[in-house]
Each structure stands twice: as C-alpha cells, then as structure tokens.
Ligand binder design. Sequence first.
Ligand code: HEC
Length: 128
Amino acid sequence: MNVAVLLLAILVALGAAASAQPTSILLSVELPVSPTAGARVFAQKSCIRCHSLAGGEARLGPDLGTIPRLDDPIAIIAAMWNHAPTMERELRTRGLTWPRFEQGEPADLTAFLLTSRTAAGEARAANK
Ligand code: HEC
C-alpha cells in the first residue's frame, strides 16, 4: 500500500468517526497526488476558514504553514486525528460539519500542505 492510499483510508475513517455515519473504505487504488488540487480541497473543505498558511491574518486554528512537527504526511494526518474533536466542536458552533473527503482528496491536501510548508521554510531561510 502506498502512502497516499494509506492516508486516504485514515482520513475516510476520520471523517466517518466525526460524522458518525458509516463510510466505505477503498484500499486498492493508486492515487496520483496533486498539490494544486490540494489547494482547492483546502479552500473547499473550509480548512481555510480557520487556518492560515505561513502568514496572513491570525485565525482560530494554528498556522499550518509554520507550526512545528508537521513535516511529513503521517505527522499531518496524526495531528488532524488528534485535533479532530476540537475542530469538529468549532465547526458545529458555526453550523458546519466535518468535511467528507472524496477519493484522492486527502492525499492532495497533504501534498499541498507539505508544499506550502517547504515554500514557507525556504522564504524564511532566504530572509535571514
Ligand atoms: C472551525 C475551525 C476549523 C476548521 C474548519 C479546520 N480546523 Fe484544523 N484546527 C482548528 C483548531 C481550533 C485546531 C487546534 C485544535 C486543538 O488545539 O486541539 C486545529 C488543528 C489542526 C491541526 C493540528 C495542528 C497541530 O497543532 O498539530 C491540523 C493538521 C489541522 N487543524 C488541519 C486542518 C485541515 C486540513 C482542515 C480542513 C479539512 C481543518 N484543519 C479545518 C480549527 C479548524
């Protein structure tokens, strides 16, 4: 199983846990990963309402471009897993629900977040 497929499975499970509705899990597909598509997912799934990415205005959640320890896909998924109850509560107070992810979206989202972090790190290094 490649990493993208593993991430898909975990995030589908995460979404299912958050919404308390059964969701089928697909494990056997190879997924192309696209940071550009991930940027769209970040906006469409409301992440952008609560998280900035390496700067911009302060939002409710931490800046996902600069907080430490999110430098590999597993760390990002683990962090989302750990913080899901808090995020879900915050979503509910705004009349929103935890997003459902379609096939490929979690991998794209993770790729986008990693790309943004790399770009932010390089910009910081260049400004030193
Ligand atoms: C309603 C607001 C809200 C939305 C929408 C939201 N988050 Fe969060 N997120 C938070 C808050 C608040 C925290 C901090 C939770 C905590 O400290 O337990 C957080 C934490 C996180 C963390 C962990 C950061 C760390 O400290 O390790 C990640 C990763 C994350 N969010 C990713 C996402 C992604 C990806 C999306 C879109 C699918 C998303 N969030 C949508 C509010 C939100």
